[in-house]
Design a protein around this ligand. Structure first.
Ligand code: HEC
Length: 302
């Protein structure tokens, strides 16, 4: 019942970005294509020509537990794209998806009127707009995330903003993601300021931080395809498609901003605040990397 759409249009993935061929996204497009090529090559033949990417992984383990070649559209499934144990575990959990109840609650919340009689439907054209976020607002000169837009809708209608990251806001986003299943992510870079926001996000992605001087790349680009203790590391490509996710460890739904804040903290620094300029720009960059992928959220994670 939760398979609203399963189709993936490969052409849309490879061609996306051409539709908006503005000069401001030239570098971003290079980055995005390079990211795709890197992962496609890496996961093409880990026992043969791409074995150089897995110097520390036992060949027997690869034979037994890895999936390859990974097709472009399968990167939408995170770790489950290349690691059989995760794939099997996820399939089992999703027999009765734990996000089902919060998703229903989100539908209810979305459709409940505010005290002034209006509702989210007065702010959003339709619930299925998850793929349109985050976007760069050229008038306000900033990245707008979906969580922010939900709270701005509430405040414009005299309601208090919701707490970011989990709870009601994540439930509403889960419903909006569900209604957006099959829609294609297409982050645009419409002007110089947007380009700067992209560059800032990219810098944040590459910035070494914390005691171990780690960055996102070490875990989710170079490191993806390997494990850190019990956790198999997902590729950056396709990481945003399924948010918000129901995470077993959280015992509930969490948003992309929550996950990003947690991952920054895991590098050994203080946890950044959600919805700050820096964290929104990081989301902008990471989402751009998944341009061309379809929304398939909400989903479940360990
Ligand atoms: C020390 C390693 C490490 C670093 C550094 C790290 N992460 Fe993670 N990240 C993880 C682990 C482990 C998970 C959970 C397993 C998975 O899905 O990769 C995860 C999960 C994620 C997810 C969710 C993936 C999904 O499919 O649900 C996102 C998004 C993410 N990280 C982004 C980032 C970003 C952006 C950075 C840089 C700020 C970063 N991570 C830095 C270890 C790391």
């Amino acid at each position: 019942m939760f398979k609203k759409t399963g189709k993936i249009i490969l052409a849309a993935i490879t061609l996306s970005g051409v539709a908006y061929a503005g000069e401001f996204n030239t570098q971003a497009e290079k980055d995005r294509i390079a990211m795709q090529e890197y992962f496609l090559e890496k996961f093409s033949d880990p026992l043969g020509k791409s074995s150089k990417y897995f110097p520390y992984v036992d060949k027997e383990e690869i034979k037994e537990k890895y999936i390859w070649p990974v097709k472009l559209e399968d990167f939408a499934h995170g770790t489950a794209a290349w690691y059989k144990p995760t794939k099997e575990q996820l399939a089992q959990i999703n027999d009765f998806p734990p996000y089902e109840i919060p998703l229903d609650e989100g539908r209810e919340l979305y459709n409940t009127a505010f005290a002034n009689g209006k509702s989210y439907a007065d702010c959003f054209e339709k619930p299925g707009v998850k793929h349109e976020y985050p976007y760069f607002d050229v008038e306000r000169n900033e990245v707008i995330t979906l969580g922010q837009a939900i709270n701005e809708c509430r405040e414009a209608n005299g309601e208090t903003p919701l707490r970011y990251g989990k709870g009601d806001i994540a439930k509403i986003m889960a419903y909006m993601a569900y209604e957006s299943r099959g829609e294609v992510i297409n982050v645009e870079i419409p002007n110089e300021a947007a380009k700067q926001a992209y560059e800032n996000g990219k810098k944040m992605f590459y910035k070494q931080r914390g005691y171990f001087s780690l960055n996102c790349v070490e875990c989710h680009v170079d490191g993806s395809g390997q494990r850190i203790r019990a956790e198999a590391l997902s590729p950056t490509l396709g990481q945003v498609t399924h948010f918000p996710v129901y995470r077993i460890k959280w015992g509930g739904l969490g948003t992309m901003q929550r996950r990003l804040a947690g991952c920054v903290r895991d590098t050994g620094v203080e946890k950044p605040k959600m919805q700050t300029k820096a964290l929104k720009e990081l989301e902008f960059f990471v989402t751009y990397m998944s341009n061309g992928f379809e929304i398939n959220g909400p989903d479940t994670r360990k």
